[in-house]
Design a protein around this ligand. Structure first.
Ligand code: PHE
Length: 447
């Protein structure tokens, strides 16, 4: 544990890259991506998603890491550290912090289901060859009066304990084992699904863009998914960037993070979407999708307990390596600015997040009658965070880099030791393309 006032740093560049990958790769790729693809018309969504990654996602990761690296501060004060006369920009920092709260409040619900499924796989209770039984199991768990809350609080406790340990201890080392692990398991599952009867139909549905299905609602969902999956718009990348040394090559790391995140999402999509078709599970299933399809795939494999347990364990670890970065965002603020101890900051933030998350945990059970704007509480929080808060905060962040700090000054920071070949393209993106794209998609998608 670090003393207050002495900021932690990454031990190595590799450690940073793996941890930032750990933040990006998580439930967003394996749980949320296949779900939103399924709900938004398959290939049409995927095509827009790819475009948005390149014109919005990658330039924004670079911008966030640059802010962090330059300011060496938490998300709230980072803006005014760089531009001391722009005190109002703290508002953008607070917005990011609020977003982090909302994200973790429902993220921990899904991660809690993962813990329950892990226990249910080890004890064999949740494995069945019958798709109907599997669907029913999911209903029982997600509608249970208190089980989802137990899963959620357990997950938040794990997250808190890791965050208390600090940046350089634990997270870096753990990620080195977990990242390759999840890829290997996903590859095995992908190969298994590809041989299921009917799978090819699903693969085609996922990859074939049907132009007629593209509209602004789909684009807004794709934009929200890019922000969510890349951990953008809530200060996680600013915070992780703030523990970087001066020499680090930010654009190169950003590209590695983006490509690996996309790779894992594609692998998850190619595994889960075809399985839907093969097992006759409707694509509109929503957030429960992977909890229904994956146990169905596992039950067709020999050693099903082993695969199911390994998978849910990996999913849990992927969720943890992301949730740690979400909690760290507000903890860094309290430790840097308010001089709280890490322990006090981590416990109080996660207690608040837990309280906010309870209605999400119960949104399929006791609180299923509660609807906000036509969505249940969980779906509303997800929509609010991903499509509104993250995109708004992300918008302010790029405007700050493009126009307030200025891309010229930002490039001095980015080119400390390494030439940045695409710097003109990046400047163009940060000043014009990204803010305009976000504003356009946002306004038309919301209306
Ligand atoms: N990117 C993470 C995931 O895909 C979630 C996340 C969102 C993490 C925002 C940090 C910030 O699971």
């Amino acid at each position: 544990m670090k003393r207050q006032g002495k900021r932690d740093k990454w031990n190595s560049s590799l450690g940073f890259i793996l941890s930032a990958m750990g933040s990006a790769v998580g439930l967003g790729n394996i749980w949320r991506f296949p779900t939103v693809v399924a709900l938004n018309g398959g290939g049409a969504f995927f095509a827009i998603y790819l475009v948005i990654i390149f014109i919005v996602g990658i330039p924004t990761i670079i911008a966030e890491l640059a802010i962090g690296k330059k300011s060496q501060h938490n998300v709230v004060t980072s803006f005014s550290k760089i531009k001391p006369d722009k005190k109002n920009w703290k508002g953008a920092g607070y917005l990011s912090m609020i977003a982090s709260f909302v994200v973790l409040s429902f993220y921990s619900v899904i991660a809690g289901w993962t813990i329950i499924y892990l226990a249910g796989s080890i004890s064999r209770q949740l494995l069945s060859g019958d798709a109907q039984v599997i669907t029913r199991n999911f209903e029982i768990i997600s509608q249970h009066p208190y089980l989802p809350i137990i899963g959620q609080v357990t997950f938040l406790l794990f997250t808190t304990i890791i965050v208390i340990k600090g940046i350089s201890k634990g997270i870096e080392r753990v990620n080195k084992v977990l990242m390759p692990g999840i890829i290997v398991i996903l590859l095995i599952l992908f190969i298994r699904t590809a041989f299921l009867p009917g799978a090819i139909q699903g693969i085609l549905w996922f990859l074939k863009p049907e132009i007629t299905k593209i509209n602004f609602q789909v684009a807004l969902n794709a934009l929200g998914q890019v922000f969510f999956s890349f951990s953008l718009g809530m200060g996680a990348m600013i915070t992780y960037g703030s523990y970087l040394g001066h020499q680090h090559n930010v654009p190169k790391s950003a590209l590695i993070i983006a490509v690996s995140d996309l790779g894992v999402a594609i692998l998850a999509g190619l595994t889960i979407i075809p399985a839907l078709f093969a097992f006759g599970i409707p694509p509109e299933t929503g957030p429960g999708l992977i909890f229904v399809t994956l146990p169905a795939i596992f039950s067709t494999l020999p050693l099903n307990i082993l695969w199911a347990s390994l998978f849910f364990m990996m999913l849990l670890f992927a969720a943890l390596s992301s949730s740690v970065s979400i909690l760290e965002t507000s903890v860094a603020y309290l430790v840097d600015e308010r001089k709280w101890s890490r322990t006090k900051a981590a416990y109080s933030m996660s207690a608040g997040i837990f309280a906010l998350g309870i209605p999400s945990a119960l949104s399929k059970g006791k609180l299923s009658g509660l609807a906000i704007l036509g969505r249940n509480f969980f779906d509303f929080m997800d929509f609010l965070a991903s499509n509104i808060l993250l995109t708004l905060a992300g918008f302010l962040t790029v405007v700050f880099v493009g126009w307030i700090w200025g891309t010229k000054s930002a490039l001095i920071e980015l080119e400390t030791n390494h030439p940045f070949k695409q710097k003109h393209l990046w400047s163009l993106a940060v000043r014009y393309v990204v803010p305009l794209a976000i504003a356009y998609i946002f306004v038309t998608g919301i209306i």
